[in-house]
Ligand binder design. Structure first.
Ligand SMILES: [Zn+2]
Ligand SMILES: [Zn+2]
Length: 238
């Protein structure tokens, strides 16, 4: 965190140096990113991504959409508009947050996008099938996503029993866990552990970790078998 002198922020362990939460999904010949936070540009440069087919949004909070402007590089490289997927409220928020992208008179060089509305129903982007998982982020409905036997569940602190049924049989799960103390809109470490055990997945990784969690070397010892802390650059085979 800017200006912070806590042990996590001052840590020499590169695993404690985190950018905002996002994942890149590579499936056959398609590349899809979930969320474009403020660090999107840096993340794309760091991961050497030279082709991106679509962006899928979990919700419209700034730390998940602020980097959208930088998809313009992919517009130039691929000579086409970027496909953006999100629920109606999220797409509306993109229009309000980036009015110049959606203006009638487009300034040359601005990002070019095509909006695709998703609902709480399975959908596909190119060859990849997604099952949305409705979750609550305090009172805001957000989406987690299941892809085959993998699920990405961030920015939430409630999933109904009905929605949890969609997670039956998953093997790998990424769960947002903000800190040890309870929080009004994110799972705490303990709640994330409970969810992992309840889902019965083989492996879990926590993400969206605040500096309040402390150093990875310490908090990771609190996790049960099968559960680890994610880190920037982690690659999973799903
Ligand atoms: Zn700090
Ligand atoms: Zn967030």
């Amino acid at each position: 965190m800017i200006g912070c002198k806590c042990e996590a922020c001052l840590s020499n362990d590169p695993h404690d140096h985190r950018l905002r939460s996002s994942i890149l999904i590579q499936d056959q010949d398609s590349t899809i990113v979930i969320d474009t936070g403020p660090d999107f540009r840096q993340q794309m440069l760091r991961a050497g991504v030279s082709k991106l087919d679509a962006v899928l949004y979990t919700h419209e909070h700034r730390d998940h959409i602020a980097g959208l402007d930088d998809i313009r590089s992919f517009n130039f490289l691929q000579k086409k508009s970027m496909d953006l997927y999100g629920e109606k409220r999220v797409l509306q928020s993109l229009r309000i947050s980036f009015p110049y992208i959606f203006n009638e008179n487009k300034y040359p060089g601005i990002p070019r996008v095509i909006l695709h509305e998703i609902r709480n129903q399975p959908f596909s982007i190119q060859h990849t099938d997604f099952i949305p998982i409705r979750m609550l982020h305090y009172e805001m409905p957000v989406f987690g996503f299941r892809i085959r036997d993998f699920a990405y569940l961030v920015d939430a602190n409630f999933i109904s029993a009905e929605e949890k049924k969609k997670l039956h049989g998953i093997r790998q799960v990424v769960i947002g866990a903000l800190r040890k103390e309870k929080h009004h809109s994110h799972f705490s470490l303990e709640e994330a552990v409970e969810l992992f055990l309840e889902l019965g997945a083989d492996e879990a990784y926590i993400t969206h970790i605040s500096h309040q969690m402390g150093r990875r070397a310490a908090y990771e010892k609190l996790l049960p078998e099968g559960m680890r802390s994610s880190y920037d650059g982690l690659v999973l085979e799903i």
